[in-house]
Design a protein. Structure first.
Length: 546
């Protein structure tokens, strides 16, 4: 297995590291289905009513095998895309493992997706099966006529005339399965990521993806020992951060994961969970860290058992890092990656000193450079350039699903272009200077404006729209929409409410604009492109806040 060793210093550990990615590799066989883990506690699921369900690796393997058998029984294609439309729960793991072991492709879907956001991903991927619960079933049924490929809906917690009771259907199926002899580069996952232009793109990843994550996990999680580790994150398992920064690595190393569905994150409940369950390793998105800092219990530290905490999505302030060391009593190790090429930079208190504002140093095994505008490698320190990753790389996507042109555009002379700009100091620490595109980072979620703009433009009263991200002390950025109305007599206050509700229902709550301003015109270039940089500092635009 590709693991990083702590040899006492970053330079020594990096020098000794080499990839060990075999020609044949299957995620299920290496993790949940690993016989060496059979009697270990795989998952402890905490229900909304306080109930606790423990799953051993053997039990999870048997359930995953039954689900894979159900896919076969339903005549799913050999490479069928399977939507997993669930919050944190055991069935998420079963879904991913059943896909990996049977050659299907898992399609994680954020449980708060609605309407257009959900329809696009299911239709574009050609999903044949969706796994969901009773709460989210109506959102799938409302779209069914628009999804010609969708053959079956598997329901995890009840009965419905238009869905298959998943567990009842699995009950009499074998608890073992003839696992496909997959190659490391065989696809097993599609995660959609937003862009600034066009529709969201599906990043297609291979079975080997989890192997590519392990050096960064070892580095940022301070070299965890699986037999003593208990992992938890409040991040949704449909996001690559929750799924592959924590859950899949924990399964691969045979460690225990805690799952708990938070409909709304609450700091006090997070502290309580970590203390009661003895969490040793946590992935806390920046927004969660900020909320926990604002609502820290008084008295002694709320949980003394943490060994390491990681965070990613945006840089943490010095105050937040200091709070982590004082209250959580561990350093918060920040790391960096993208859905298409994840966990390539990281901090590690075990290997080097932190620098506030830096996302760390290159994770061993990855070849990162900074490129200037002519595509030349920047060797000098403190010079800003675009972060680029040498291809191939175990964490790099196979390509965008059914979008070869978009895939081609992201590569240049053998490098994956991230679109992010940074500089590197004399000691090799990376510091970000901004993004080339207009992606927004809201509470750790990477959001492109185009999907929100398309949704808002669907309202008959909207003539033109532009969406930008503005600084927010809690969420990193907040979404702001600038609207040009087609009818100047419209009631803007009512329209603003309708627009927010439209986004909430058709996309997701975290994509709802916090601010909506109505303007007479939008700043544009001579070719008709909106000048978003001007909107971010739009203090001089004639606007009325809604």
């Amino acid at each position: 297995m590709t693991r990083l060793r702590n040899l006492g210093s970053y330079d020594q550990s990096r020098k000794a590291f080499c990839w060990d990615v075999p020609e044949y590799f299957n995620l299920f066989r290496a993790s949940v289905g690993n016989p060496a883990y059979a009697n270990r506690l795989c998952l402890r699921h905490l229900g909304d009513g306080g109930e606790v369900a423990d799953w051993s690796f053997a039990q999870m393997a048997a359930a995953s095998s039954k689900l894979a058998g159900l896919f076969d029984q339903l005549d799913a294609s050999v490479d069928a895309r399977v939507g997993i439309f669930l919050s944190q729960c055991p069935e998420v793991i079963m879904g991913h493992m059943a896909c990996a072991m049977s050659g299907r492709i898992a399609l994680p879907l954020f449980s708060l997706f609605r309407g257009e956001a959900l329809a696009y991903r299911l239709d574009n991927s050609g999903a044949e099966i969706v796994i969901c619960d009773l709460e989210n079933l109506p959102h799938i049924l409302a779209l069914r006529d628009r999804l010609p490929h969708l053959g079956h809906i598997l329901l995890t917690d009840g009965d419905h005339t238009d869905a298959v009771n998943m567990h009842r259907s699995m009950a009499n199926l074998p608890g073992s399965y003839d696992v496909v002899n997959s190659r490391s580069d065989d696809p097993c996952l599609i995660i959609y990521t937003s862009g600034t232009t066009g529709a969201p793109k599906g990043a297609l990843h291979a079975q080997r993806l989890v192997l590519g994550h392990m050096p960064a996990v070892d580095m940022a999680f301070e070299f965890p020992k699986a037999e003593d580790a208990i992992f938890w994150t409040p991040a949704d398992w449909a996001w690559i951060g929750g799924l592959y920064d924590l859950l899949m690595p924990a399964l691969l190393m045979g460690a225990t994961t805690i799952s708990r569905r938070f409909k709304k994150f609450e700091a006090q409940k997070a502290f309580q969970l970590m203390k009661e369950q003895g969490v040793t390793h946590a992935f806390l998105p920046p927004t969660a860290v900020k909320m926990m800092r604002q609502d820290t219990p008084s008295g002694s530290p709320p949980h003394r058992g943490l060994q390491a905490v990681i965070s990613g999505g945006e840089a943490l302030s010095g105050e937040l890092l200091d709070w982590g060391e004082e209250i959580l009593q561990v350093a918060i190790n920040e790391l960096y990656g993208q859905t298409e090429c994840n966990l390539i930079l990281a901090n590690s208190g075990a290997l080097f000193q932190h620098k506030q504002g830096s996302v760390g140093r290159i994770v061993p095994g990855h070849d990162l450079v900074l490129l200037d505008d002519e595509g030349e490698i920047i060797e000098a320190p403190l010079v800003t350039g675009q972060v680029a990753v040498k291809s191939p790389d175990p964490v790099m996507m196979l390509g965008y699903w059914n979008n070869p042109d978009a895939t081609k555009d992201k590569f240049q002379d053998g490098y994956w272009l991230t679109g992010d700009y940074a500089h590197r100091d004399e000691e090799g620490y990376f510091h970000f200077d901004g993004r080339r595109d207009d992606l927004m980072s809201v509470a750790g979620y990477r959001i492109g404006p185009s999907e929100i703009e398309d949704c808002l433009l669907g309202h008959p009263a909207v003539g033109m729209v532009a969406v930008v991200g503005l600084p927010d002390p809690i969420k990193g950025q907040a979404i702001k929409a600038f609207i040009v109305v087609g009818d100047p007599s419209v009631d803007e206050a009512i329209l603003a409410q309708e627009l927010r509700q439209r986004v909430r229902e058709r996309l997701a709550p975290h994509e709802v604009p916090r601010d909506i301003s109505f303007v007479d015109v939008l700043p544009m270039t001579s070719t008709g492109k909106i000048i978003r940089a001007q909107l971010r500092g739009a203090h001089d635009l004639p606007e009325r806040r809604a």
